[in-house]
Design a protein around this ligand. Structure first.
Ligand code: PGA
Length: 254
């Protein structure tokens, strides 16, 4: 049985004071609960303070992106070892905003995944199709390609550290969610693809989160699907009550 994993992607939001306040509310709200894995992904510049506030909790802290390089003359970049240094254990890789706005290709994403694993960071690999790709019946093809190129040369041992987030691009920040059945179908396809690429044990262990306009109103239905093992939450993770409600919903399936 896979433990549900709820992650909050704070994106480029909040002030330092807001981020610290939100972290404190999560610390209080999650005390003593460990039925669900919970993670937060603040802006780079808030990581240290959020890590300090949550250091006595079980909440995972991660970055929203990282460099594929180890160190050196890469102005503006942040390495995996720097993330470890401030207390991160996780990192988002290949979020659709990185893919579309910053032109991250599957090959860049593959290099970043390798750099994350080398630094002992657990990645959440984001995949998902755009509206026009879904309309053209290409969802499976797009997702399969993101997985095969993104995971190139990664072993099953490495892949077991990974979480995959299925985030249909048309559902991110739009208020439009995939129906629970639509999402579950793609999750099942992702698990089958992992089984073909690796083995049944790897496919059964890997957690697949759904992301895209998840909120306290729709979470329960999505999380109740057999192939959905958690959620990657954007907008609703900025409000402690909504995020904690989503975590409680997930706990009811653990
Ligand atoms: P959203 O974002 O919940 O605001 O749609 C999800 C994400 O981009 O990870």
């Amino acid at each position: 049985m896979r433990k549900q994993f709820i992650a909050g992607n704070w994106k480029m939001n909040l002030t330092l004071e807001d981020a610290k306040g939100l972290a404190r509310k999560l610390y209080d709200g999650l005390k003593g609960s460990d039925k669900v894995d919970v993670g937060v992904f603040p802006s780079f510049v808030f990581l240290k303070e959020v890590c300090d506030i949550l250091s006595n909790s079980k909440v995972f802290i991660g970055a929203q992106n990282m460099s594929m390089e180890k160190s050196g003359a890469f102005t503006g970049e942040i390495s995996g070892s720097m993330l470890r240094d401030v207390g991160c254990t996780h990192v988002l890789i290949g979020h659709s905003e990185r893919r579309t706005i910053y032109q991250e290709t599957n090959s860049i994403i593959n290099s970043k995944l390798k750099a994350a694993l080398l630094n002992d960071l657990s990645p959440i690999l984001c995949v998902g199709e755009k509206q026009e790709e879904r309309d053209a019946g290409k969802t499976r093809e797009v997702v399969k390609n993101q997985l095969s190129e993104g995971l190139l040369n990664l072993t099953s041992e490495q892949v077991k550290r990974l979480t995959i987030a299925y985030e249909p691009v048309w559902a991110i920040g739009t208020g439009k969610t995939a129906t629970p059945e639509q999402a579950n179908e793609v999750h099942a396809f992702i698990r089958d693809t992992m089984r073909d690429k690796y083995d049944d044990d790897t496919a059964q262990r890997i957690r697949i989160q759904y992301g895209g306009s998840v909120n306290a109103e729709n979470a329960k239905q999505l999380l109740g699907q057999p192939e959905i093992d958690g959620a990657l939450v954007g907008g609703a993770s900025l409000d402690s009550n909504s995020f904690l409600d989503i975590v409680s919903d997930a706990a009811s399936f653990s």
